[in-house]
Design a protein around this ligand. Structure first.
Ligand code: CUA
Length: 338
């Protein structure tokens, strides 16, 4: 058994190098599962063969002797597998949570899947197609969406695979451990050129990455573009930071909870902001009328991501104490409960 593990690891590593901080954890769990499965499959197969020969019928009129149920045996083959699956579950959950919680200091890269290419944008604004440059050792958070059908963002070397779903923001993150060039694939059949929807992740030393960023024309950052769109699309008319008449103030709402007309409290995250732009009537904040027009079809997925980046960046209003002038979303939410 112990000989199989390194052999499997070797053949697997040959096709996909291990180049992120989670890939070791994922591999350890995966190969342990393979080892457990192989052990029990072999054990059951050997037991079947042995018992079939040992207890075979030796004459045509032979009757098997009466046997009693062995409680000890029943308990053993129930409790041992139970302990194993619970251990695998706990271990798997730990790896899962680690893979799904981006660190706070992560840089955000947006990913839009489209038939048949990956469109990516750096936090500083540089756009890339089918290619992503990242610095080694830095946590990179991916906000993934699609503008047509379901794709799947797959980087085998980082052990990342996340579906890109139209109308939804899906998160993933990685921290590359080795400079190099790694495959980026689409892992969800999405039509004619699905198999060509490939790209590469270029992991660079920090100073090389800075040099790469500095090359070319200075781009507009997602935040600046979001601010521009916010003004151009007329959002500021109703969502002014200082007025609270037609639409709620958006200052400092990101990451908090807001109370809806239904009384339900929902977290203000990327997905909520996106939904509130394309389908404003879906979740109206308590105290407001569903007067906002939809921006469905008027803004591209990239523009929506830029607007979300802008709203995310808005600081809370300076007066943290309850002010008589304009109630914040927070104090409004509290007021409705009392
Ligand atoms: Cu996109 Cu397959």
């Amino acid at each position: 058994m112990s000989a199989i593990l390194p052999l499997l690891a070797q053949s697997f590593a040959g096709s996909a190098p291990s180049a992120s901080t989670v890939s070791g954890e994922v591999d350890a769990l995966f190969f342990t599962l393979v080892a457990i499965t192989a052990f029990f499959t072999a054990g059951v197969a050997i037991a079947i063969l042995y018992l079939a020969i040992r207890y075979r019928r030796r004459s045509p009129d032979e009757l098997p002797p009466h046997t009693r149920v062995s409680i000890a045996l029943e308990l053993t083959w129930t409790l041992v597998p139970l302990a194993i699956v619970i251990a695998v579950f706990v271990w798997g959950s730990k790896v899962y949570f680690h893979m799904n919680r981006p660190p706070d200091d992560a840089m955000t890269v947006t990913v839009v899947g489209k038939r048949w290419m990956w469109k990516l944008q750096q936090p500083t604004g540089q756009r890339e197609i089918n290619e992503l440059h990242v610095p080694v050792g830095r946590a990179v958070k991916l906000v993934i969406t699609s503008e047509d059908t379901i794709h799947s963002f797959y980087v085998p070397a980082f052990r990342i695979k996340r579906d890109a779903i139209p109308g939804r923001y899906v998160q993933a993150w990685f921290r590359a451990t080795k400079p190099g060039v790694y495959h980026l694939l689409c892992a969800e059949y999405c039509g004619t050129d699905h198999s060509r929807m490939t790209g590469r992740i270029v992991v660079m030393e920090a100073h090389d990455y800075e040099a790469w960023l500095a090359g070319g024309a200075p781009p507009e950052s997602p935040l600046a573009a979001g601010e521009r769109l916010f003004a151009e699309s007329g959002c500021a008319t109703c969502h002014k930071a200082d007025s609270a008449d037609r639409g709620p103030s958006l200052a400092g709402i990101y990451g908090k909870k807001t109370t809806l007309t239904t009384g339900e409290a929902v977290p203000v995250d990327d997905a909520y902001i996106r939904e509130s732009i394309v389908n404003p009537a879906a979740k109206v904040v308590q105290g407001y009328q569903p007067v906002m027009p939809t921006f469905q079809g008027l803004l591209s997925e990239e523009q929506l991501l830029e607007l979300v980046a802008y709203v995310r960046s808005l600081p809370p209003p300076p007066a943290a104490a309850p002010s008589p002038g304009g109630p914040t979303t927070q104090s409004r939410a509290k007021g409705t409960k009392s």
